[in-house]
Design a protein around this ligand. Structure first.
Ligand SMILES: *Cc1c(COP(=O)(O)O)cnc(C)c1O
Length: 374
């Protein structure tokens, strides 16, 4: 045999047909090179991260946990489980922890959807919902959102239309409350009557990635409805208000039988040693959390009103981001910000080419954004 180059391999034809159709995540920008180019002048307002964290208790826990990094993490995340269960008044057996809530959203579809078990979500719903369906080879049913002219929640989830779209082959419904990228939310009574009308064998996932911001603004979590509806699943994350996006920790609350199915497929060591320790400490550090929620609230209101004054109205928000209306095409606005080192998120992929999603940064970052647009 000669030792020349191997013949080109076409792995797409070797892959299973579901995997062969999937595409890699497109990060949009090369943040590593942008950080080198702009240094401390870079304002990263594209991923809805918390600019104030992580908190001091989480940092101290991470330092202490470093020495344990030679050991595998606790596959049951017992300490974190206990902290979350106690705070939310649920049984630990109703929790599953994930490498970010992204992993849990994917895992749900892997376990409860298939080419014959469909997945349903709203137009403008969080992008991972469609990815989860595709990865499971499941048909996606995308339900039209409320119209842009809707007074209550323009572009928001239409729970009545979603209920009507539930046919016998639908097994999984994904809702986000508040939703990313629109920031829209539905209220508790609306969700309760929706759940009353949904067949028990349809699992309803409420993604509450922004729960802390939402509750701080007077919103009510779906968790209180868990005792009434066994088919309700609530997902949450440490990536947003807890400022631990880089560590990848999320969790879900569900019926114990749902958790058992998910545990069968979950990678045993999916949440690392340092991540578990930091999440645990951050969860208990309510003082730091409240302070960061207050700062976000103040900055969000300032940013929204200043942007409106400059001609960029945004949708109402109970999160740490705003969806800006830039007219027909947000491209030139995004480009102008980008050249000034302010990273935002274009919305063309969601079919909202005239909109731009902007995270609420710290005071300096928001001021920079406003200066560029002025
Ligand atoms: C950011 C976000 C998530 C998840 O993030 P993880 O970092 O994977 O926990 C989930 N849902 C929504 C709606 C989000 O905006």
């Amino acid at each position: 045999m000669s030792q020349g180059c191997a013949a080109a391999l076409d792995a797409v034809h070797l892959a299973n047909p579901i995997a062969a159709r999937l595409r890699a995540y497109d990060p949009g920008h090369d943040l590593a090179s942008l950080r080198r180019r702009f240094g401390l002048q870079l304002a990263e307002l594209g991923a809805n991260e918390n600019p104030y964290g992580p908190g001091p208790a989480a940092c101290e826990a991470m330092r202490r946990a470093m020495e344990g990094a030679s050991r595998y993490p606790d596959p049951r995340a017992a300490a974190l489980r206990e902290a979350v269960a106690a705070h939310l008044h649920v049984d630990g057996s109703q929790l599953v922890f994930g490498n970010g809530s992204h992993e849990l959203l994917m895992l749900l579809a892997q376990c409860f959807a298939s080419p014959r078990q469909s997945v349903l979500f709203s137009r403008y719903g969080f992008a991972v919902f469609a990815l989860a369906a595709a990865a499971a080879g499941a048909p996606s049913v995308c339900v039209e959102a409320r119209p842009a002219s809707d007074a209550k929640a323009p572009f928001g989830h239409d729970l009545v239309a979603i209920r009507q779209a539930i046919t016998p082959d639908v097994r999984l419904v994904y809702l986000a409350n508040p939703n990313n990228p629109t920031g829209t939310w539905f209220d508790h009574a609306e969700l309760a009557s929706f759940l009353e009308s949904v067949p028990e064998d349809v699992l309803v996932v409420v993604d509450e990635a922004y729960a802390e911001y939402f509750e701080h603004a007077g919103g009510v979590s779906a968790i209180g409805l868990r005792s009434r509806f066994a088919n309700l699943i609530v997902t949450r994350t440490f990536s947003k208000a807890h400022a631990l996006a880089g560590l990848r920790v999320g969790y879900l609350l569900a019926d114990e039988s749902v958790c058992q199915v998910l545990e069968g497929l979950r990678e045993s060591f999916n949440v690392g040693v340092i991540a578990q320790a930091a999440a645990c400490a951050s969860f208990d550090d309510r003082e730091w959390l409240t302070e960061s929620l207050l700062k976000n609230h103040f900055e969000r209101e300032r940013l929204a009103s200043e942007l409106a004054r400059l001609g960029y109205p945004s949708l109402p928000s109970r999160t740490n981001f705003l969806l800006l209306d830039c007219g027909a095409d947000a491209g030139p606005v995004e480009a102008r910000l980008f050249e000034a080192g302010v990273i935002t998120r274009p919305m063309g992929g969601y079919g909202l080419a005239g909109h731009l999603r902007v995270s609420v940064g710290n005071h300096e970052e928001n001021s920079r954004l406003l200066e560029v647009l002025a």
